[in-house]
Design a protein around this ligand. Structure first.
Ligand SMILES: Cc1cc2nc3c(=O)[nH]c(=O)nc-3n(C[C@H](O)[C@H](O)[C@H](O)COP(=O)(O)O)c2cc1C
Length: 186
């Protein structure tokens, strides 16, 4: 028997994306975003409310996105509960924020995978917006590359957000192959 749970999404997994940006004084900041995703192979989109990050992105037209991994779970959550309007999260986290060579936004060195993005559309303003960014470059730490030279998500251990219990989970097991496993039914 099925039960109705109301009108809030129960889609799993959701992202744990760390969106990093600079403010007008060049102070780096980072926030956690679960309502985000890769909307084409070359674009990332997300919905953000009235945050320091939103104002930064509106001003700079650029950001980076680092998917969080198991090793960075503490800072990933911290970036989602503290605000850059009150504290310098880059300093407080103890992590290393360096300037992207491709866009006007910071790269967090301790996060092994980063997408450097420039804004292509903003529906909204600094108080809340739906943002789409074009991926200009992907930076990856060699330690998470496989022998084939591609990102090995088994090594990376990505976090996902479980909105049902407001927790973080780890994914990684390979249980099938896209465009192949389903052929069993053809
Ligand atoms: C797990 C998690 C997911 C979040 N996802 C979003 C999101 O998708 N959009 C959003 O606007 N805020 C989201 N937040 C809240 C922001 O990360 C939070 O308000 C943060 O303090 C904003 O930082 P800033 O003011 O320094 O930009 C999330 C927080 C957590 C802990």
């Amino acid at each position: 028997m099925k039960k109705s749970l109301g009108d809030m999404g129960e889609l799993f997994p959701q992202s744990v994306f760390i969106i990093a940006s600079y403010d007008e004084d060049g102070i780096p900041n980072a926030m956690n975003a679960a309502w985000a995703g890769e909307c084409t192979r070359h674009e990332i989109c997300f919905n953000i409310g009235d945050h320091k990050t939103t104002a930064n992105i509106v001003k700079k037209g650029a950001f980076t996105v680092a998917p969080a991994d198991l090793a960075n779970v503490v800072s990933a959550d911290y970036f989602g509960i503290a605000t850059g309007t009150k504290v310098n999260k880059a300093e407080q986290s103890g992590l290393t924020f360096t300037r992207s060579e491709h866009v006007d936004a910071p790269v967090i060195e301790e996060y092994p995978l980063t997408m450097e993005c420039e804004v292509t559309s903003i529906d909204g303003d600094e108080h809340g917006a739906r943002v789409v960014g074009r991926i200009v470059n992907v930076l990856v730490d060699e330690k998470i590359l496989g022998e084939d030279g591609k990102v090995d998500f088994g090594k990376f251990k990505p976090l996902v957000y479980d909105s049902s219990h407001m927790s973080y989970r780890v994914v990684g097991d390979e249980v099938g192959f896209a465009w192949k496993t389903g052929k069993e039914l053809m």
